[in-house]
Structure formats: structure tokens, C-alpha cells
Design a protein around this ligand. Structure first.
Ligand code: SF4
Ligand code: SF4
Ligand code: SF4
Length: 166
């Protein structure tokens, strides 16, 4: 996905404009991530190159919150796990095998780090993503049917709740 614009910023990232003005491109966030999901962006864009990005298809965020704690410039600010808004996961019911075929997959639900808040099971069976989604991408990563895509917060029109940053 190098070069793609659909990447996620790490948890606690401020609005994209403020994030870019604060990020020192120091890479400490990537170094502290034990899940190796943060990559430093490549390319020739002076402002973007060297800033952290996450591709949930390759390696999602596990919401351990180490990166936002260590960031020296507060480009990632230290927020509660329930306030994280990296993006919003969209579930395509026409692709989901539980919704279409009644198969008890549940992979996304089982891996959601904040299940019963961000993801619920309608009638105890069918996965539904709520407004509390953190956008970590774990559900997108594990879905065997490719039915989930996380839309980065910077591409969303509507603000979800009074949460700061991504
Ligand atoms: S730790 Fe903070 S300042 Fe350093 S690269 Fe990551 S986001 Fe940027
Ligand atoms: S919260 Fe943890 S898993 Fe997620 S990007 Fe930061 S260090 Fe990596
Ligand atoms: S619904 Fe998906 S993207 Fe949202 S918090 Fe749960 S696992 Fe993460």
C-alpha cells in the first residue's frame, strides 16, 4: 500500500493538518509498536514522508496505546482507548457470510478489542459496527470474506462524538 492514501494514522493522532505540523518524523511510535504495524511513509512529499501510517490489511493496530504515550511532540496525544477514532469500519453485509449465508463466522467480533462497544451481535449472531468503532482495523484484517474496510477519519464528513483526533 506504499503510496496509497487510504492508510490510517496511529491512535491519538490529531487532525491531519495539526498532526503534520507537529510530527517530528522521529519514528519513535514505530519503534515502540511491538506489533510492527506502524510504517514510516515513503515518497517524495516533504510533509508526508517519514510520518507514521498503518495498513490494516497488512498489520492492524491492537490498541495497546504505546505509540500515543511515547510521542514527544503530542502529534499523537495520549487518549483513552475508548476515545480512539482512527477511522470507521464499514461492513458490507452482501459480502459477510454470516449475513448472507447464516454461517457463524464471528471472526471480526471475536477480534474486536472493544467488542460490545464498537461491535455488537444483532440477535446474538450478526455483526454490527457502532459509532464507538475505534478504526483499529483488526476486523478488516481477520475477515475471511473481505467484507470490512476501515475508512480513515480524515476522509469522513460527519464527526462522531466529541472525541479529539483520530
Ligand atoms: S513519535 Fe510522534 S513525532 Fe515521532 S514520528 Fe511518531 S507521530 Fe511523529
Ligand atoms: S496502539 Fe499499539 S498496536 Fe496500535 S499502532 Fe500504537 S503501538 Fe502499534
Ligand atoms: S469494529 Fe473493527 S475497526 Fe472498529 S474497533 Fe472493532 S475491530 Fe477495530
Amino acid at each position: 500500500m506504499a503510496g496509497s492514501n487510504t492508510f490510517l494514522r496511529p491512535p491519538g493522532a490529531r487532525s491531519e493538518k495539526e498532526f503534520l505540523s507537529r510530527c517530528l518524523q522521529c519514528g519513535q511510535c514505530a519503534q515502540v509498536c511491538i506489533f510492527d504495524c506502524i510504517k514510516m511513509r515513503r515518497g517524495f512529499n516533504f510533509f508526508m514522508a517519514g510520518t507514521p501510517e498503518i495498513d490494516p490489511k497488512v498489520a492492524p493496530c491492537y490498541l495497546c496505546m504505546r505509540c500515543s504515550e511515547i510521542c514527544p511532540s503530542d502529534a499523537l496525544h495520549d487518549i483513552d482507548i475508548y476515545d480512539v477514532r482512527m477511522g470507521f469500519a464499514e461492513l458490507d453485509r452482501t459480502k459477510c457470510t454470516t449475513w448472507t449465508e447464516g454461517l457463524l463466522c464471528r471472526s471480526c467480533y471475536e477480534r474486536c478489542p472493544i467488542k460490545w462497544k464498537a461491535m455488537i451481535l444483532e440477535r446474538g449472531e450478526y455483526p454490527v459496527i457502532t459509532d464507538e468503532c475505534a478504526g483499529c482495523g483488526l476486523c478488516e484484517h481477520v475477515c475471511p470474506a473481505d467484507a470490512i474496510v476501515v475508512i480513515p477519519t480524515r476522509f469522513q464528513n460527519k464527526k462522531r462524538g466529541p472525541k479529539g483526533g483520530a
